[in-house]
Ligand binder design. Structure first.
Ligand code: NAX
Length: 331
């Protein structure tokens, strides 16, 4: 069989912590498959370029058969040229004394231009996953600045939260993590997210029938998932990186391959008003896909009790607040 044509994959913030885990997994074929060559297009800002040189040397030293070329650049047009996948990881994390509003505005300065560069340079089948926080609203900013790219090509990452929630439920039920399915993260990738245990299943049985401890499900389970990022910083002295890279790989695999029968995956997509969520928000939903660009739908018809409805209201309000704060950045 002739070798496949390389697919161009852009990673921003490539010299950062997440980049350092992510790039080697892309190079080894875990993102796009074991027979799919890739061109890595790595974007950094000037202060990150020296470190990126070192990362490129290490990728070279991996002698990965699937890596057909590596482009390291600070130039947006070069970075997104011909890319079919863009993983937007680089952003400015919140620093002491920074208000959430400042954070949103600073990131707007990054994601607006990146959106425009994607529209101008990417391949016609481009799909974009935003990881850099606040990822839902950064994705909204980039998407709004790239009206030429269909809105259904834009994704923000809630998969790390899904993975965290699956593991917490599996441990509590003393079941393998693979037996936990149908786990949706609703809303924002933030402390207001709602990991929907009621519609999740363990070996096909609704979670509340397997774990009968409602107090734990509504309390410690949710807060453990919501605050896991902070717990990792506390323990490691650094924010989660390898698990975030792993979730980015999982996200892309779930987006580009058909969803297993009866299951769904968590990802933040543009709202078309499903479940009464305001249109245009980049909102964490349960999603099913046939794997093609634009081939996904939000899973409809799930029911929510009063507890879940209130949680979803809170996270929706937060995302609407974020959208209002960046209104100037949305053309
Ligand atoms: P690092 O600070 O280690 O790396 C970020 C890199 O981005 C740096 O090398 C920096 O030079 C680069 N960068 C900054 N501005 C850039 C720009 N305009 N263009 C290109 N590169 C730029 O952060 P890291 O730990 O890798 O995390 C990256 C982002 O992921 C952060 O925003 C972080 O908050 C977010 N996360 C998102 C998660 C999610 O589930 N959605 C979980 C993990 C992580 O917290």
């Amino acid at each position: 069989m002739p070798a496949k044509t390389p697919v161009h994959v852009t990673v921003t913030g490539a010299a950062g912590q997440i980049g350092y885990s992510l790039l080697f997994r892309i190079a080894s074929g875990q993102l796009l498959g074991p027979d799919q060559p890739v061109v890595l297009r790595l974007l950094e800002i000037e202060p990150g370029m020296k470190a990126l040189e070192g990362v490129v040397m290490e990728i070279d030293d991996g002698a990965f058969p699937l890596v057909s070329d590596i482009v390291a650049t600070t130039d947006l047009d070069t970075a997104f040229d011909g890319c079919s996948w863009a993983l937007l990881v680089g952003s400015v994390p919140r620093k002491a004394g920074m208000e959430r509003g400042d954070l949103l505005t600073v990131n707007g300065g990054i994601f607006g231009p990146q959106g425009r560069a994607i529209a101008a340079n990417a391949a016609s089948d481009v799909r974009i996953l935003v990881v850099g926080n606040p990822c839902n609203t950064n994705c909204l900013i980039a998407r709004s600045n790239a009206p030429e790219v269909p809105a259904d090509r834009w994704f923000a990452m809630t998969r790390l939260d899904q993975n965290r929630a699956q593991t917490q439920l599996a441990k509590r039920a003393a079941a393998p993590v693979s037996s936990v399915t149908n786990l949706a993260i609703w809303g924002n990738h933030s402390a207001t997210q709602f990991p929907d245990f009621a519609n999740a299943r363990i070996d096909g049985t609704p979670v509340p029938e397997v774990i009968a401890d409602t107090e734990w499900l509504q309390g410690e389970f949710i807060t453990t998932v919501q605050k896991r990022g902070a717990a990792i910083i506390e323990a490691r002295g650094l924010s989660s990186a390898a698990s975030a890279a792993s979730a980015a790989i999982d996200s892309v695999v779930s987006i580009r391959t058909p969803t297993p029968e009866g299951d769904w995956t968590s990802v933040a997509v543009v709202s078309n008003g499903e479940y009464g969520i305001p249109e245009g928000l980049q909102f964490g939903f349960p999603v099913r896909t046939d794997g093609q660009p634009g081939g996904w739908q939000v899973v409809e018809g799930l029911s929510h009790d009063a507890f879940a409805t209130e949680r979803i209201r809170i996270t929706t309000e937060e995302l609407e607040g974020e959208r209002a704060e960046v209104a100037d950045l949305l053309p």
